[in-house]
Design a protein around this ligand. Structure first.
Ligand SMILES: NC(=O)c1ccc[n+]([C@@H]2O[C@H](COP(=O)([O-])OP(=O)(O)OC[C@H]3O[C@@H](n4cnc5c(N)ncnc54)[C@H](OP(=O)(O)O)[C@@H]3O)[C@@H](O)[C@H]2O)c1
Length: 384
């Protein structure tokens, strides 16, 4: 295994971290972790040198942290650092933060959590956390020894990211990064910004939740990978693309089978920063362009269109449309529109005021595109 510095913490963490979020399950029920399969997968990774395990309050319907405690018995706890996250969206009052932290220490059966994060910060949740004085909460948790290092995971745009980075003396952060999303959310610019401030930066979703690792990639992209001197799986291309960045520390992957663990551990033990050749980097650029040509709507997630006066979540809807076009994954788009978003955020909530279009720097015909998304993916759309 290769190890990298984790910013100002002084920790040396393994290239690969194990996300306890996508373990094998029984009867398609995310709360029923298939422990007979999952436990050997995580312990194998640790035996091979993985020294960071990532969990969170809601993973596997709330069962991930307890399962983590089980995996880390028999001497495994001493071999790893554990990270878990405060579910910011559950905080109704300031005292909730300590209540959740104490429950998490119990679930994990530890006296101290090595890496503790405010989970999934964006502009809105950050505002709430500020109102609840997250500064004192984290300072006190460190002082009392309940947590060792404080950080946050992030899903919003670069401006918000930089503001959050500057708001507290963070030890580290997690951002979503994969070669298709180098300019999305915090992106590579955010990675460099946080790194320059001395923070350890972990990367999440390096395979875009598995999409970039699909073996049935679009044929034009497969043709690009076949130009390489050395054959690699799509997963290896995607992982190497992010490990190649010198500012990257741990790359988190939520592996779902022993085969995936074996493959990712092997790649992690070879992927040095800057190790891709010029030809390989240009193939990744070509693949990015080919993926991008499939993109339906040229939204850069700048969010200038927001807030929509009617509450429509324009950037998330455009993300769903693009995801479907990129990967022919229409089910995910349907899920995103109908299950992930609230009713008032869906296309049918658009009142066609056009305010968004006045602000869009890409000149996207937003109203027309929302109508198309509604017709294609929204259940029970009432014609406008
Ligand atoms: N804090 C946050 O806001 C947040 C958000 C997202 C993630 N995370 C953390 O970051 C971790 C990483 O994110 P992620 O799980 O989305 O990472 P990811 O690596 O982008 O996606 C994991 C998925 O990729 C597929 N995969 C992994 N290795 C593979 C291989 N060698 N070959 C083929 N497919 C492979 C599997 O998909 P299949 O199941 O389809 O096989 C697996 O479920 C999470 O587990 C979680 O701990 C945190």
């Amino acid at each position: 295994m290769l190890y990298r510095d984790f910013g100002k913490t002084g920790l040396q963490l393994s290239n690969l971290g194990f996300g306890i979020m996508r373990l094998p399950i029984i009867d398609n029920d995310t709360e029923r972790i298939d422990e007979e399969k999952a436990l050997p997968m995580i312990r194998y990774a640790i035996d091979q040198g993985v020294n960071y395990i990532d969990t969170a309050w809601p993973y596997h319907g709330g069962k991930s942290e307890e399962f983590c405690a089980k995996v880390l018995k028999n001497g495994y706890r001493e071999k790893v650092r554990i990270g878990t996250k405060l579910p910011c969206w559950e905080m109704k009052q300031q005292s909730d933060m300590n209540v959740y932290l104490d429950k998490q220490l119990e679930r994990l059966e530890v006296d101290q959590i090595d890496l503790y994060l405010l989970h999934s910060l964006g502009a809105d949740s950050w505002k709430t956390m500020k109102e609840f004085d997250y500064y004192s909460f984290l300072d006190d948790a460190k002082k009392s020894g309940k947590i060792k290092y404080a950080g946050f995971s992030f899903h919003d745009n670069l401006d918000v990211f930089e503001d959050i980075v500057d708001d507290y003396d963070w030890d580290f952060c997690f951002i979503q990064l994969n070669f298709l999303d180098f300019d999305y959310q915090a992106g590579v610019r955010g990675l460099k910004y946080a790194h320059k401030k001395g923070m350890g930066v972990m990367l999440m979703e390096p395979l875009r939740g598995g999409m970039l690792a699909r073996t049935e990639v679009p044929s034009e992209i497969q043709a690009i990978w076949e130009q390489a001197d050395q054959a690699r799986t799509p997963a290896e291309w995607a992982l190497r693309a992010v490990w190649n960045l010198p500012e990257t520390s741990v790359v988190l992957s939520g592996m779902a089978s022993m085969e995936q663990v074996v493959e990712n551990v092997k790649i992690a033990s070879e992927a040095e920063p800057g190790s891709l050749t010029g030809k390989e980097l240009s193939l990744i650029e070509k693949a990015t362009r080919a993926f991008r040509e499939r993109i339906s709507v040229d939204c850069t997630n700048c969010r200038y269109c927001m807030p929509c006066p009617a509450g429509v979540n324009i950037p998330e809807l455009f993300w769903a449309l693009n995801h479907a076009a990129l990967f022919d994954d229409h089910e995910k788009a349907r899920f995103w529109v109908n299950d992930f978003l609230k009713a008032e955020e869906r296309p049918s909530a658009c009142v066609e005021c056009g305010e968004c279009e006045e602000h869009c720097p890409q000149n996207i015909p937003i109203r027309k595109t929302l109508r198309e998304i509604g017709e294609r993916y929204e259940d029970n759309v009432n014609p406008l």
